[in-house]
Write a protein that binds this ligand. Structure first.
Ligand code: ATP
Ligand code: 3PG
Length: 398
């Protein structure tokens, strides 16, 4: 019995306006959704509510717009991708509050599905501003949160709304929490975590707690560069948050006192440009040219990572090891993913991976179905691993 209300408790919703928070922050390449996993995972909740005659109003964010509306982060193209996954009409309104949103909601028939524009086009979304929450709430009678992957954010659409109206967990929210509890609630040790990707500033702090929960932390991707720089390496033009060097050093100290091994790249694939066909070379991490960027881990690092996967009974993975969207910078991620998948198939490893791009990378490697569990969540998954209460989940508890 879950600690929160689910769609099983929602009752008769025919004709009701149901605000459904989903995570449509999907990877996009050349204007096309390159991995629709997040859309596929929320489809059951949307169709269930629509089939019950509700007016289904989808709220979601896309990217991290800095100063209000940014056409490159519009959800309009994602409405078309959602329509394709659902095989049902998805209407779109170019604002999530105000007259535009209200007009679109008023025009809905029972069972209709409407996607409202990126909630982050309003700065008050991330501030969980009560006036903005009230403006969102004006268009709904019931709130359903199916965005586990955004549940670590206490934003208006992920947390605030649940205080305004009856609130329920969607099917994916419920399934994610149950699967993570089953796979990682009491993990077999040693537990090895791989953390890579590009969201360095928003994820680095959680590593401070993660090193107390795992036996080894393998750091790759853009995240590794900040650690390498903190250790004194020159990472050239690589993605690197130099002002987080002190945090990185502190994490290494915490890890040492918790008995958690920190595994950093020993070699890297570097290039001067991040584009198809760019010339690249493999160098030691102490020999990165000043005008080059680290775009993948090198083969010696992959070997070391695979040795840690061998030692692990449980593997937790968020964040690609390199900029996998463009070859050959996918090689490290693909090799480690295939290795972890093989160990999982042999029954010697429980492997749980999560994150929008991580899932896309596992699909790219052709092994997503071989992992024990693949979560849609990246940051939220790591915070759950840390044992931190997730605001979007806490607020649903009765
Ligand atoms: N060395 C690198 N330099 C630049 N970008 C990198 C590097 N390694 C990985 N990346 C980028 O990291 C991005 C994915 O990082 P991110 O932290 O968003 O992972 P995620 O799985 O999507 O997690 P979440 O769901 O939390 O967003 C990819 O777009 C990839 O190109
Ligand atoms: O991709 C994610 O992890 C979620 O959509 C949350 O996005 P955010 O890190 O920009 O809040």
């Amino acid at each position: 019995m879950p600690a929160f209300r689910t769609l099983d408790d929602i009752g008769d919703i025919a004709g009701k306006r149901v605000l459904v928070r989903v995570d449509l922050n999907v990877p996009v390449k050349d204007g096309q959704v390159s991995d629709a996993t997040r859309i596929e995972r929320v489809a059951p909740t949307i169709t269930e509510l629509s089939d019950k005659g509700a007016k289904v109003i989808l709220l979601a964010h896309f990217g991290r717009p800095k100063d209000g509306p940014d056409p490159s982060m519009s959800l309009e193209p994602i409405a078309a991708a959602t329509e394709a996954v659902l095989d049902r009409r998805v209407h779109f309104a170019p604002d999530c509050v105000g007259d535009v949103a209200q007009g679109a909601v008023d025009a809905m028939a029972d069972g209709d599905i409407l996607l409202l524009e990126n909630t982050r086009f309003h700065k008050s979304e991330e501030k969980n501003d009560p006036a903005f929450v009230a403006a969102l709430a004006a268009n709904g009678d019931i709130y359903v949160n199916d965005a586990f992957s955004a549940a670590h954010r206490a934003h208006a659409s992920t947390e605030g709304l649940a205080h305004h109206m009856p609130a329920y967990a969607g099917r994916t929210m419920q399934a994610e929490l149950e699967a993570l509890e089953k796979g990682l609630g009491n993990p077999r040790r040693p537990v090895v975590a791989i953390v890579g990707g590009a969201k360095v500033s928003s994820k680095i702090d959680l590593l401070m707690n993660l090193v107390k929960k795992v036996d080894a932390l393998v750091i790759g991707g853009g995240m590794a560069n900040t650690f390498l720089a903190a250790r004194g390496e020159d990472v050239g033009k690589s993605l690197c948050e130099h002002d987080l060097a002190a945090t990185a050093k502190q994490i290494m100290i915490e890890a040492a006192s918790a008995g958690c091994a920190i595994v950093l790249p020993v070699d890297a694939v570097v290039a001067r440009e991040f584009k198809v066909g760019a010339a690249s070379e493999t160098v030691g991490v102490d020999a990165v040219p000043a005008d080059a960027m680290i775009l993948d881990v090198g083969p010696r690092t992959v070997e070391a990572i695979n040795e840690w996967i061998d030692r692990a009974a449980t593997l937790v993975w968020n964040g690609p090891l390199g900029a996998f969207e463009i070859e050959p910078f996918d090689a490290g991620t693909v090799a480690a993913a295939k290795y972890a998948a093989a160990q999982t198939r042999e029954g010697v490893l429980v492997s749980v991976a999560g994150g929008g791009d991580t899932v896309a990378a596992l699909h790219h490697a052709g092994v997503a179905d071989d992992f024990t569990y693949v979560s849609t969540a990246g940051g939220a998954f790591l915070e759950w691993m840390e044992g931190k209460p997730l605001p979007g989940v806490e607020v649903l508890k009765s």
